[in-house]
Design a protein around this ligand. Structure first.
Ligand code: ATP
Ligand code: MG
Length: 561
């Protein structure tokens, strides 16, 4: 054990080690992007379990997105081995779901209550009008809960039952929250209930990456932490291990006008004198910008002719970069289409996160219900999903007189295809599978190992890192975002600047920022000025790439097909 523990802390710098090995009690780690906050969090859990005899099942690690939770789980597995499975890792919503399932009867729900899908919510909303209390009652009649209620109901429940609070406090004696800057009122309330004022609550975050105030998140909870939790220890981390020095310098300059962290320091740990400057491409149009992305990816990964068309893998020529090292980030989902089209025309594989939820697709809920009730089914979860699909498809193939209740066989088959990747990721953990489905697992979850360029909104990119990042659409009107007829106030502009900062700091080795001179938005093509956020960056940190290059004839040919 000792050897494991010592080895663990060896992988941290002095300040990270202070944070990871701090004694129990409230602990707040405030640090910039790429300073190893998530790394410190996972090492702290591993250290506590390996060195201080904390039981993994006493640890609860919470974050905000499923992707971030998966990343935490993955890193913990690597550090702790199989016992990492005993650590509870999840999102705030999955935590709420766990508490609610365990106490469903106390709020008048059956244990197998379901989360309302969009259609069910819209129906209840239409019937209830503005009356929130009767909206909830309508859902309750169908054994449904709203997604927001996954947090509000457990808070109400815990507030009313001190014994229950005590039970959870005994179960999870060590609580960790990553991306703490995004915490909102009800989530904070839940943390306060789950942790006593002198409890082992460790919150980790960066006020300058707060990008969810529109959903009610509030960086004021950094201050509240020191007020509500006694003798909270504060640790700051200053060394950025992620980005090359020019990328980091550009990011630090970009955030400076709105930084919420007084005296912020972010020192580059990487000092390669050969590191490329930040690429800047002033595109003439959206199509030209997309071509720039394709051309540059092509140069970075290897010639088009060296790629096998079906798999997107690089044949022959050895190259150190692959498609999975590259991300294209944008402010609004609408910007993705021209980039996806251009990449597809060049046969570059792409994975784009969709926000469509699996549970809203036809057939999915039927299969989930079948799995929940069919304890007898054997085999891996993926095999059980297939089997449940077969059973359902056969059942539905028999026509009923009125056709009522038949979710169609082809829907069931496509639902099986959609569910199989999630089932594989969950191994044979049925509760995890059902909980991910209920809390909104997306149709196209991102696979970090997929050999494809990743396309993400800036919001979805938080916490992630990629060797190569393209930040497209760095234009006034997109960054900061402006809706027709509305002018963002200072707070909204500051939040947009933080979003820009989040985008820049995802890059490890190469960062390209581009802006188009003309863009269609809301049906009208307009001239666009570069983002004013770029003005805060020293021009000497940019390498400007040439103006529009003529389109390649090959593209034109393909477009005709
Ligand atoms: P963000 O604010 O974007 O979530 P973060 O502070 O959580 O960033 P991490 O993702 O934990 O940062 O770390 C950034 C990168 O730096 C990772 O690749 C991590 O492995 C690496 N790193 C962190 N600390 C060290 C260290 N002491 N030695 C070497 N690499 C490190
Ligand atoms: Mg992190």
């Amino acid at each position: 054990m000792e050897e494991v523990g010592t080895g663990l802390l060896d992988r941290l710098d002095a300040m990270q080690r202070v944070a990871a090995s701090a004694p129990g009690g409230p602990l707040l780690i405030v640090a910039g992007p790429g300073t190893g906050k998530t790394r410190t969090l996972t090492h702290r859990i591993a250290y506590l379990c390996a060195e201080l005899n904390v039981f993994p099942e006493q640890c609860l690690a919470i974050t905000f997105t499923r992707r971030a939770a998966e990343e935490l789980r993955h890193r913990l597995d690597g550090l702790l081995g199989p016992v990492a499975e005993d650590v509870t890792v999840g999102t705030f919503h999955s935590l709420g779901l766990t508490i609610l399932r365990e106490n469903a009867d106390a709020v008048g729900l059956p244990a197998d209550f379901r989360i309302a899908d969009d259609a069910q919510r819209a129906e209840a909303r239409a019937e209830a009008g503005d009356d929130d209390a009767s909206y909830a009652a309508l859902l309750r009649k169908q054994d449904l809960v709203d997604l927001d209620e996954l947090l509000t109901l457990p808070v109400t429940l815990l507030k009313a039952d001190r014994k229950l609070v005590q039970r959870y406090r005994e179960r999870w004696r060590w609580i960790f929250v990553d991306e703490y800057q995004d915490v909102d009122e009800v989530q904070y309330e839940l943390l306060r209930l789950l942790s006593p004022a002198d409890g082992n609550l460790c919150a980790i975050g960066d006020p300058d990456q707060a990008i969810y105030s529109f959903r009610g998140a509030d960086v004021g909870y950094f201050l509240r932490f020191s007020q509500d939790f006694t003798d909270a220890r504060l640790v700051r981390l200053n060394r950025n291990y992620r980005s090359s020095a020019p990328i980091l310098a550009a990011a630090v300059q970009a955030i400076a006008p709105s930084s919420l962290v007084r005296g912020r320091r972010l020192d580059p740990a990487r000092l390669d004198p050969e590191a490329p400057l930040v690429g800047r491409y002033p595109a003439s149009s959206v199509a030209d910008e997309a071509d720039f992305v394709v051309r540059t990816i092509d140069e970075l990964v290897g010639g088009l002719s060296h790629r096998s068309l079906d798999s997107g893998r690089i044949d022959g020529r050895s190259t150190s970069l692959s498609f999975s090292d590259i991300a294209v980030l944008y402010r609004t989902d609408a910007q993705a289409a021209p980039i996806v089209d251009a990449l597809a025309r060049a046969n570059i594989p792409v994975q784009k996160r969709s926000h469509d939820r699996l549970r809203d697709r036809p057939g999915v809920s039927a299969i989930a219900r079948e799995l929940r009730h069919a304890d007898g089914l054997d085999g891996s979860l993926a095999a059980r999903v297939r089997l449940a699909g077969q059973v359902l498809a056969e059942r539905f193939a028999v026509p009923t007189l009125d056709g009522a209740g038949a979710v169609r066989p082809e829907d069931v088959r496509s639902a099986v295809d959609l569910l199989t990747p999630l089932a594989r990721r969950c191994g044979d953990d049925l509760p995890a599978f059902l909980s991910q489905l209920a809390t909104g697992a997306e149709v196209d979850a991102l696979d970090p190992r997929a050999e494809a360029v990743t396309l993400l909104t800036l919001h979805a990119a938080k916490g992630l890192e990629f060797p190569v990042v393209f930040l497209v659409g760095a234009e006034d009107g997109l960054l900061p975002l402006r809706w027709p007829g509305s002018t963002p106030d200072d707070d909204a502009i500051a939040e947009e600047r933080r979003l820009f900062f989040v985008g820049l700091t995802r890059a490890q080795d190469r960062l390209y920022v581009s802006h188009a001179a003309r863009r269609s938005r809301h049906g009208t093509e307009r001239e666009c000025a570069p983002s004013p956020f770029l003005d805060a960056i020293d021009p000497g940190l940019f390498e400007r790439f040439g103006e529009a290059e003529p389109r390649r004839p090959r593209d034109r040919q393909l477009r005709l097909i």
